[in-house]
Write a protein that binds this ligand. Structure first.
Ligand code: AMP
Length: 109
């Protein structure tokens, strides 16, 4: 499968890796939208949030975020999961954006 995030998870292409365990990797976004902007992905390929098939997969992805935030010294952060093209998803391997280091407005618009 020609998926850029699978290639990152499998170390076939380089990334600026922050965290890795058996199920998940996290790496800095190539095009950061905040002073701190990284992505958390499962190693297993799911195209989007709509394809996640187990509670464990959700837990694997989300439970590492506070640990990484603590490691990076960030307390306040925004998490975003774009699901589907019209919602802004451009890479079809589920990923959670984690952004910090600036103020975020709400509603997002
Ligand atoms: P989305 O639009 O929600 O699908 O987000 C995809 C994100 O992946 C964008 O923020 C891109 O900047 C980021 N991205 C794409 N390719 C890479 C890559 N090779 N390494 C790191 N981030 C990437």
């Amino acid at each position: 499968m020609d998926c850029i995030f699978c290639k990152i998870a499998n170390k076939e292409i380089p990334s600026n890796l922050i965290y890795e365990d058996e199920k998940v990797v996290a790496f800095y976004d190539l095009s950061p939208q905040a002073p701190v902007h990284f992505l958390v992905i499962p190693k297993k390929h799911y195209s989007s949030l709509n394809d996640i098939d187990s509670k464990e997969a959700f837990a694997d992805i989300f439970s590492v975020i506070p640990k990484i935030a603590e490691k990076l010294g960030i307390k306040d952060y925004r998490t975003v999961v774009n699901t589907g093209e019209s919602a802004g998803q451009s890479v079809f391997h589920i990923h959670v954006h984690v952004m910090a280091g600036r103020e975020f407005k709400w509603p997002a618009g």
